[in-house]
Design a protein around this ligand. Sequence first.
Ligand SMILES: C[S@@+](CC[C@H](N)C(=O)[O-])C[C@H]1O[C@@H](n2cnc3c(N)ncnc32)[C@H](O)[C@@H]1O
Length: 212
Amino acid sequence: MQYAVRRPLLTWLKAQPVAGRRVLDVGCGDRPYEPLFAGAAEVVGFDRPGNPYADIHGSIEAIPVEDASFDVVLCLQVLEHVPDPGAAVRELRRVVRPGGLVLATTHGVYPFHPNPEDLWRWTDTGLERLFEENGEWSSLTVTPGAGTALTVAMLVAHLADLFFKRAHVRPLGAPLVFALNAGGEALDRAVPLLRAPVPGSLNANFHVAAVG
Ligand SMILES: C[S@@+](CC[C@H](N)C(=O)[O-])C[C@H]1O[C@@H](n2cnc3c(N)ncnc32)[C@H](O)[C@@H]1O
């Protein structure tokens, strides 16, 4: 189910300049992207109290680090879970150095998944506005992750998975989910309009790159 989010996110993250830089991973979870940052000078994981993978703990509205102390600040699949996304973006801006990079991702269209809560969904222009209103940036880009075909495939796959799970034969659904993801991805690749955020588009996820 996460293919539509994780696959484009991996490709995007791999292209980011982290070599030799100090990286803060805000809402790091179990740090699934750590291998991509092997060349970084340091990667500090931050998450809520109780997360054993985090180096430092707290809540995103008050990250316990100095102003402008990181070159790259990650906030991947976290904003949809926080009560005050504006306060969160202000903290991301505070902790990144001038000229440093904030990389944030969050959902457009996606099933409900509380962790501990699931509060928000976005459009590309809504995310742009959230960042513009809560920080000064020298550049800001918001791009879709999955296009419309892969996003629709994800939703159909989600429904199929629910059905197979309810019938206690979940593994039987795996080939269908695989085929849906592959078909959706191929269609998005073949038709550029399906990858663009235009009226009528559906996007599972958005990628924000903001330079402080
Ligand atoms: C969906 S997980 C994403 C984890 C990881 N970034 C990833 O992409 O796999 C959301 C993470 O945000 C964290 N989180 C939720 N609310 C938070 C808050 N108010 N402050 C800090 N972290 C928070 C959760 O503990 C969880 O680790």
